[in-house]
Ligand binder design. Structure first.
Ligand SMILES: [Zn+2]
Length: 459
C-alpha cells in the first residue's frame, strides 16, 4: 500500500493550524503518528485519493490543547480544600498531609489517571505535570495515552541538609528514566522558593543542565512568598523559624532570587509569576525562561493575577495551565483560556497601545504557547506537515455557539471542553464521541470514590 492510501482524512467546516491562517472547509491528513497534510478538503482529497475520510461537519480541527501546569496526582482532592482557601499555608498543609498520609502509591496512580481522563475528554493532548510520585504519574499518562513532561518534585528548606536531599533526588530521578517513552518525558521540579533551600536550588539546576532535563518551578505565586524573600516576614518565615530552619533573606524578588541561584540558567518553566515587575520580565526574557499562566487557580486562591498581556508583549514563551483541580476545580483549557482573556481585560491590560487580549491570543497561548513553554514546539502545538498528529476536534454546532461568525471567537468565548468530539495523540484516537478508548473508565470512577473516602477520613 502507498502512504497516500493509508492516510486518514479528518474534515470539518474549519481547520485552525494556529501558526498559519484558518482554513474554511478544512482537512488534516494523518499518516501514522504524524500530520501528512493540512489544507482544504478539496485539495487534500486530491492529494490523498485513497484516504479514509471522517467528516465532522460544523466543527473546528485544531492542534491539541496544551495544559502546561498540572498536578494530576491530586485529582482526588477536587473540592477538598475549599475551607482553607484564603490561608495558603493551611491549604498547603492540609493537602500535604492528605497526600502523604492517606494516599497509597496506587491511589496516586489512579488519581493521576482520572486527571488524564478529564484532560483528554477536554481536548488536552499534552501536560506539564508536577508530581511528588512521578513514576505513578508517568504510568498514568502512558496508560491513558496522554503526552507530557512529568517533573519529579523536590522539597527541602534546610540548607544544611541540601546535599543529602539532593542525593536522594538524584537517585530517584535515575530510577525514573525507565518510565520514559516517546510521549512521556521526565523533568525535575524544585517545588518553590519557600520549600527548597538556595544550595539545593543550585545543585538541582546544575544537574538539570548536565542531564539536559527540563526544569519546572513554582515562582512568585503568593504574597507570603514575596514577604519571605523581601522582608523575612509572613507565614512562611514564621513556619521556618518554628521548625528551627535558618533562612537567609535575599531582600529581592523571586525572579532575581532564582537568577542568583542558577534556576534561570536552565531556561525553566515557571508556574504563576504573579508578583513580577518590568525588570523581572526583562530578566525572564533574557534567560529564555518560560511561564505557565494559571489564571483560575490564582483567582480561586486569591493570589491575584499574572500580567499575561505583558508576557505576550515582551515575547515571552507563555502557556496556560489549570494547576491542580484542588485549586481550580477543573482541567478545561478552553474555559481556562477564556478566563485568561477575560481576566486580562478586566484588569485593563493592553498588549500594545489600545489592543486588548483577543481570542487569537488566548487560543495561541492554549496551544502553540503551551508547546513553546514546554520546549516541544518542533513537535506539537500547530497543524503542519511533519508535526506529531496531536489534534482536537471541537463541535461548534451547539445552541450556545450558533451562529458562528468566527471559529476562534466561538472556541474561546462560547465553547468549553464539553464540546470536544475527538482527541488524537500521536495519531491515536484517545477520546472519541463520549468515550475514552484506552482505559476502563468505569473501574477508575469506582476507585476514585474509594480514594475520596480515604482522603477525607480523619485518621
Ligand atoms: Zn502548581
Amino acid at each position: 500500500m502507498t502512504e497516500e492510501s493509508q492516510a486518514q482524512l479528518y474534515c470539518a467546516r474549519w481547520a485552525l493550524p494556529i501558526t498559519s491562517a484558518p482554513i474554511e472547509d478544512g482537512a488534516v491528513a494523518i499518516a501514522g503518528e504524524q500530520i501528512a497534510g493540512v489544507g482544504t478538503r478539496e485539495a487534500l482529497s486530491a492529494e490523498f485519493p485513497g484516504a479514509t475520510v471522517k467528516d465532522f461537519g460544523e466543527a473546528a480541527i485544531l492542534p491539541g490543547l496544551v495544559n502546561c501546569h498540572t498536578h494530576l496526582e491530586l485529582t482526588a482532592m477536587r473540592g477538598f480544600l475549599e475551607r482553607e482557601e484564603g490561608d495558603f499555608f493551611a491549604w498547603l498543609k492540609k493537602l500535604t498531609i492528605a497526600r502523604l498520609e492517606r494516599m497509597t502509591p496506587d491511589d496516586l496512580q489512579v488519581s493521576a489517571a482520572w486527571g488524564a481522563i478529564e484532560a483528554v475528554r477536554a481536548g488536552v493532548t499534552c501536560v506539564g505535570d508536577a508530581s511528588d510520585a512521578a513514576s505513578q504519574s508517568m504510568i498514568a499518562l502512558r496508560d491513558v495515552g496522554l503526552r507530557g513532561i512529568v517533573y519529579q518534585e523536590s522539597f527541602g528548606p534546610d540548607a544544611k541538609l541540601a546535599r543529602e536531599y539532593f542525593e536522594k533526588l538524584r537517585e530517584k530521578l535515575e530510577g525514573l528514566r525507565e518510565f520514559e517513552n516517546a510521549r512521556v518525558r521526565l523533568g525535575v521540579s524544585p517545588h518553590a522558593p519557600y520549600t527548597v533551600s538556595a544550595p539545593q536550588l543550585e545543585m538541582i539546576s546544575e544537574y538539570a543542565l548536565a542531564q539536559k532535563m527540563p526544569l519546572m518551578m513554582h515562582a512568585a505565586e503568593s504574597e507570603a512568598e514575596m514577604l519571605l524573600l523581601r522582608e523575612g516576614s509572613g507565614v512562611f518565615a514564621e513556619s521556618l523559624a518554628r521548625r528551627g530552619i535558618e533562612f537567609q533573606v535575599p531582600r529581592c524578588s523571586t525572579i532575581q532570587y532564582l537568577a542568583a541561584h542558577g534556576i534561570l540558567s536552565t531556561r525553566p518553566l515557571l508556574a504563576h509569576c504573579i508578583h513580577v515587575d518590568e525588570q523581572d520580565i526583562e530578566t525572564l526574557k533574557q534567560a529564555d525562561a518560560r511561564v505557565a499562566h494559571c489564571p483560575k487557580s490564582n483567582a480561586k486562591l486569591g493570589h491575584g493575577r499574572a500580567p499575561l498581556a505583558a508576557f505576550i508583549k515582551h515575547g515571552l514563551k507563555a502557556g496556560i495551565g489549570s494547576d491542580s483541580v484542588a485549586s481550580n476545580n477543573t482541567c478545561d483549557m478552553l474555559e481556562e483560556a477564556r478566563f485568561a482573556a477575560l481576566l486580562s481585560r478586566a484588569g485593563g491590560d493592553r498588549i500594545d497601545n489600545q489592543r486588548m487580549m483577543n481570542a487569537e491570543d488566548a487560543l495561541r497561548a492554549a496551544t502553540h504557547g503551551g508547546a513553546t513553554a514546554l520546549g516541544l514546539e518542533n513537535h506539537i502545538g500547530a497543524l503542519a506537515v511533519g508535526m506529531q498528529a496531536d489534534l482536537v476536534i471541537v463541535s461548534l454546532g451547539g445552541a450556545h455557539q450558533q451562529p458562528v461568525h468566527d471559529p476562534t471567537t466561538a472556541l474561546i468565548f462560547a465553547s468549553s471542553g464539553r464540546d470536544v468530539r475527538l482527541t488524537m495523540i500521536a495519531g491515536r484516537e484517545v477520546y472519541s464521541e463520549g468515550r475514552v478508548t484506552t482505559v476502563d473508565e468505569a473501574h477508575l470512577r469506582a476507585r476514585m470514590k474509594e480514594i475520596l473516602k480515604a482522603v477525607t477520613s480523619d485518621k
